[in-house]
Design a protein around this ligand. Structure first.
Ligand code: GTP
Length: 362
């Protein structure tokens, strides 16, 4: 089975991280997010993938090239202007030859069994099979109701609390039959969730739901992006190999002063320097080339590459993108800092602040 991954969205909710980094390239445990998705697809035999691009296309193409490093075949289709989820599929699916194909929203991380899902799709002679996942609060997602035999009967996008009849939502992974492409208009903005699937139900087409109980998260917001990093680091996603939730993993050529205290789980990238009397409390991920200077305190955070946390700073429950500089004595809690942000000496940033790339604050 071939796959199409939709990675052309604006990533609005994940700003300021996604102003100049596509959502699919935000680092998760210091590797691009999409690399996990691609490796998982490969495990299920999907080794030929088309990436449907629009916003910030070239960094994605440069990162994955033709897929050789992952032993996959990756190609790219770039939209002139964003076509929405359905329009993007139509645009990308040009040379898919006659077989069922997998479509993924490019911002979901899951350990779904796509091999089983394809079996299910074929057994039910389905035109479209939609993966379902349970969530605590379905009001933020697209809710899907089915019969006992899992045939879809209703879609409800972002339902009100009183409309919620199930906790199963559209997980953003579909297997589709190629003749559905005829329904989607060419070069027109069109939504799979709001237009294609509801119109199929109206026409009586067979749309089935494939429930999954595996790990699933969409990294649409900073909170969920951090949560994925922490879940992987804490060993909460069994299929991804981190089993020991108090590990301290230190990258090549990083130096940690003997008086620094690291409480796992902590992942420290390559070529970092951690100064004297620093405390780093996990779960925390720190990218390569970072300097955490003496007496600094860092806890429950995700820090990208080339970041300096100055002497005596407190950085708690935050995200700092590439090349941020937090000068001596800053206090920062629950903040999200875009690339290249500078926080001046001794500045206390209001809790929950989001700072656009390249700003100097203080
Ligand atoms: P928000 O702006 O925060 O809603 O993020 P988003 O638009 O990136 O994500 P959304 O959840 O709306 O979309 C789900 C997936 O579809 C994401 O992986 C997007 O990258 C992708 N996507 C959304 N719109 C388009 C589009 O017009 N073209 C392409 N190629 N992909 C899209």
């Amino acid at each position: 089975m071939k796959g199409i991954i939709l990675v052309g969205g604006m990533g609005t909710r994940l700003r300021p991280l996604t102003w100049d980094t596509p959502k699919s390239l935000v680092p998760v445990l210091n590797k691009p997010f999409l690399e996990y998705v691609l490796r998982h697809l490969k495990k299920h035999g999907v080794d030929e993938v088309i990436l449907a691009l629009s916003n910030l296309a070239s960094p994605i193409q440069e990162c994955f090239g033709d897929g050789h490093d992952l032993e996959m075949k990756i190609s790219y289709v770039v939209e002139k202007s964003a076509l929405g989820t359905g329009g993007a599929i139509k645009n990308a699916a040009g040379d898919l030859s006659g077989d069922s194909f997998l479509v993924l929203n490019g911002d979901i991380f899951s350990d779904f069994d796509y091999t089983d899902m394809l079996k299910f799709h074929r057994q039910h002679r389905s035109s479209a099979t939609i993966a379902l996942t349970p969530v605590d609060d379905p009001t933020l997602y697209g809710l899907i109701e089915t019969t006992d035999s899992l045939r879809v009967t209703r879609f409800l996008e972002k339902p009100k609390a009183q409309e919620v009849t199930t906790n199963l939502i559209n997980a953003g992974a579909y297997i589709l039959e190629p003749d559905l492409l005829d329904i989607i208009p060419s070069e027109t903005e069109y939504s799979v969730e709001r237009q294609l699937f509801p119109s199929m139900l109206k026409a009586g087409s067979s749309v089935y739901a494939f429930p999954s109980s595996g790990y699933w998260i969409d990294i649409g917001s900073p909170e969920k992006y951090s949560r994925l990093n922490f879940d992987l680091l804490c060993g909460n996603v069994a299929s991804y190999g981190f089993q020991n939730n108090c590990d301290i993993i230190v990258g090549y050529n990083s130096q940690i002063h003997p008086t620094a205290r690291l409480e796992g789980p902590v992942l420290l990238g390559e070529n970092c320097v951690v100064g004297s009397n620093v405390t780093i409390k996990g779960p925390t991920v720190i990218g390569s080339r970072c300097r955490i200077e003496e007496e600094a305190f860092v806890s429950t955070s995700v820090i990208w590459q080339g970041v300096t946390v100055g002497r005596g700073c407190r950085f708690v429950s935050g995200i700092a993108a590439d090349d941020c500089a937090l000068q001596q004595g800053c206090e920062i809690e629950q903040a999200v800092l875009g690339n290249n942000v500078t926080i001046l000496k001794n500045y206390k940033l209001a809790s929950g602040t989001k700072v656009e790339p390249r700003q100097t604050i203080g």
